[in-house]
Write a protein that binds this ligand. Structure first.
Ligand code: AMP
Ligand code: ZN
Length: 114
């Protein structure tokens, strides 16, 4: 399958991995938009939340718990933001579900109406 994140999961494309287990991977975003910008991805491939199987739904809960458990180790002890872009208007460019993890600094709250 021609999916860049599946290739990263399989090790076919290099990445800076910070955590990996049988369900998920956390690696550094190649184009960071915050001092710390990581991506948490399920190993199961799907692009959209509405495509999740019941196992995928359980895995998302697992991934959120794991991010919380790893926050100090990841440098996120002062707070962090999680973002899931879904679809074109949201700016989704990779169609393998991923959770952006941003932190390491004070994060403003953008006013998207401006
Ligand atoms: P999104 O726009 O929500 O689909 O996010 C995709 C993210 O993947 C962007 O922040 C990209 O910078 C990031 N990205 C794309 N290719 C790679 C890669 N090879 N390694 C790490 N991050 C990547
Ligand atoms: Zn994939």
């Amino acid at each position: 399958m021609d999916c860049i994140f599946c290739k990263i999961i399989k090790g076919e494309i290099p990445s800076q991995k910070l955590y990996e287990d049988d369900k998920m991977l956390i690696f550094k975003d190649i184009s960071p938009k915050a001092k710390i910008h990581l991506l948490a991805v399920p190993k199961s491939h799907y692009g959209f939340l509405e495509q999740m199987s019941s196992q995928d739904q359980a895995d998302i809960g697992y991934i959120l718990s794991k991010i919380a458990a790893l926050k100090d180790e990841l440098g996120l002890n002062d707070g962090y933001r999680l973002t899931i872009n879904q679809g074109e208007s949201a700016g989704q460019t990779v169609f393998h579900l991923h959770i952006h993890i941003m932190g390491g600094q004070s994060l403003g709250w953008p006013d998207f109406t401006q």
